[in-house]
Design a binder for this molecule. Structure first.
Ligand SMILES: [Zn+2]
Ligand SMILES: [Zn+2]
Length: 424
C-alpha cells in the first residue's frame, strides 16, 4: 500500500483497528444524551473524552483511555470532532476556524460556540462572529456608503477570523502540550484500503442498513458514477464479492433490491441507525445524520411553499450529504497517497471493493479450471498441480462482459439514480 509507514501511523491504525469496530456496532446515541453525559463528567480534570473512549476496547484488560494529549490518535480526534456535531451548539464557521481545525488542536465543544481544552489546560474560547452583524445593525450608514460598509464588513470579518485562527494555538496556556503540537494533517484519513478494516466495517454498515430496509426501500439515491475504469457496478459487486465479506443479512429477508440499496449506501460510508423511532443514515466520520422520513415519496415539509415539488420526493445524494470536510466526500481530507491521491474515501472504497470482487471471481474460475484438470488427470499421483496461467486482460474483460449481461436483468429492477442525474 502506498501510505507511509511510521511509528505514529502504526499506533494510530492499531488504535483505530481495535476501537472502530465496537464503536460502529454501538447503537446511535441521541445527541442530547451525549451532551448530558459529557457535562455530568466534565466538572473535574478527568475528562479526556470519557463518553467516547470507555468500553471501546476489545480485550479483557481494563479500558485505559488514551492520554489527553494524543495528536497521533484519530480515535480521540474523532471523539473531539463529535462534540461539535450538535447544530444547536456549534454553528458553521469559515474553513480556517472550522470544527476540524479546533479538534485537531485538542479543543472540544462545550457550549454554544464555546470550546475548551478539556483535560488539558482547561482554557475556554467563545467564538462569536456576530460582531460583524452587530456592527452592521448599529452602524448609522448612509446608502452612499453601502459599498464601503460591505468592504469594511468583510475586512472586519477577515480580521476576526484571523484572530480566532491564532487562538487555535494561542488559546492554550503556555504550558499546554496542545500549544506545542496538534494532529497531523492526515489524522482524518480513513484507512479504507486495509482489508482488515474495510471488510468488517462495510459488513456492519451493510447489515445496519438492512435493519432499516423499509425506510430505505422507496427513497431515491444518487451515488458515485461507476463508469470509471476499474469500478464495477454495485450489482456486480454484490454478486461477485466473496460471501464472507458482506455475510448473511441478519434476520431480515431482504429483497435483492434491498440488498443492492444497502450496499450502495454502505459503500458511501453510511450506516443505518434509529433514534427515538426515527430511522436515519449516520456517518461515523463527520457525524452527519440524514432523517429518512424526509425522503419518502409524498413527503411534504409542514412549511413548504414550493407546490411544484409536491409529491416528488427528494433524492439523497450519498456523497454530498456528508459534511464538507468528511473524508467520504472530501479527497483533501482523506489525504491518500500515490495512485489514490485526489480520491475521497467513497471512491477509494469502491475501487478496493471492485478489485476484491474481481480477484475473487478470477480465483474461483482458476480453481474451477484447476479442478477440471484434476479430474482429467485423476490417475496422476502428483499432488502439486501447477496453477493455471492468469487470464489475459482480454479474457478478464470478456468475463466481465458476460457477467454484465447476466446481471442486466437484475439491474433493470433497480432505479438508483447515478451522480450526474438531475436534481428535481
Ligand atoms: Zn490546552
Ligand atoms: Zn461523513
Amino acid at each position: 500500500m502506498p501510505e507511509a509507514i511510521e511509528t505514529t501511523k502504526r499506533k494510530f491504525y492499531k488504535a483505530l483497528d481495535s476501537l472502530q469496530n465496537p464503536r460502529a456496532a454501538r447503537p446511535v446515541e441521541p445527541a442530547a444524551k451525549r451532551v448530558r453525559r459529557s457535562i455530568s463528567t466534565s466538572s473535574t480534570v478527568s475528562y479526556s473524552t470519557p463518553n467516547l473512549v470507555v468500553g471501546s476496547r476489545k480485550d479483557d484488560s481494563p479500558a485505559r483511555p488514551p492520554p489527553n494529549f494524543s495528536p497521533w490518535s484519530s480515535e480521540t480526534f474523532l471523539a473531539r470532532l463529535k462534540t461539535f456535531s450538535s447544530v444547536s451548539l456549534w454553528h458553521p464557521k469559515p474553513e480556517a476556524i472550522s470544527e476540524v481545525e479546533w479538534a485537531k488542536r485538542g479543543w472540544v465543544c462545550v457550549g454554544v460556540n464555546t470550546i475548551a481544552c478539556k483535560g488539558g489546560c482547561q482554557k475556554r474560547v467563545v467564538i462569536s462572529l456576530e460582531a460583524t452583524k452587530q456592527r452592521e445593525d448599529g452602524a448609522d450608514s448612509e446608502e452612499d456608503d453601502e459599498q464601503d460598509d460591505t468592504d469594511h464588513e468583510s475586512a472586519f470579518e477577515d480580521a476576526l477570523v484571523g484572530r480566532y485562527r491564532a487562538l487555535v494555538v494561542d488559546g492554550h496556556a503556555d504550558s499546554c502540550l496542545w500549544r506545542k503540537a496538534g494532529c497531523k494533517d492526515d489524522v482524518y484519513h480513513l484507512p479504507v484500503v486495509r482489508a482488515t478494516i474495510w471488510q468488517p466495517e462495510l459488513r456492519k454498515r451493510y447489515r445496519s442498513v438492512h435493519q432499516i430496509c423499509e425506510s430505505v426501500r422507496d427513497i431515491k439515491l444518487k451515488a458515485l458514477p461507476y463508469e470509471t475504469p476499474g469500478l464495477l457496478s454495485t450489482e456486480r459487486v454484490l454478486a461477485d464479492l466473496p460471501a464472507g465479506v458482506l455475510g448473511p443479512p441478519g434476520e431480515e429477508q431482504p429483497t435483492p433490491e434491498d440488498s443492492l440499496k444497502a450496499l450502495e449506501i454502505a459503500l458511501h460510508g453510511w450506516r443505518g441507525s434509529e433514534d427515538t423511532g426515527n430511522e436515519l443514515l449516520h456517518c461515523d466520520a463527520c457525524f452527519q445524520r440524514v432523517g429518512l422520513w424526509m425522503y419518502q415519496p409524498g413527503y411534504k415539509p409542514a412549511h413548504s411553499s414550493i407546490d411544484d415539488d409536491a409529491g416528488d420526493s427528494a433524492i439523497i445524494d450519498l456523497v454530498e450529504m456528508h459534511r464538507e470536510h468528511c473524508p467520504w466526500r472530501n479527497a483533501q481530507t482523506q489525504k491518500s497517497a500515490g495512485s489514490l491521491s485526489g480520491l475521497n474515501a467513497s471512491q477509494i472504497l469502491q475501487r478496493v471493493v471492485s478489485t476484491c470482487a474481481r480477484d475473487h471471481t478470477r480465483r474461483s474460475e482458476e480453481q474451477q479450471r484447476a479442478g477440471a484438470q484434476r479430474e482429467d488427470d485423476e490417475l496422476d499421483d502428483d499432488a502439486s498441480i501447477p496453477a493455471s496461467p492468469a487470464p489475459s486482460r482480454e479474457e478478464v474483460e470478456k468475463l466481465d462482459k458476460e457477467r454484465d449481461s447476466r446481471l442486466k436483468k437484475l439491474k433493470s429492477l433497480f432505479s438508483i439514480k447515478r451522480k450526474g442525474s438531475k436534481l428535481p
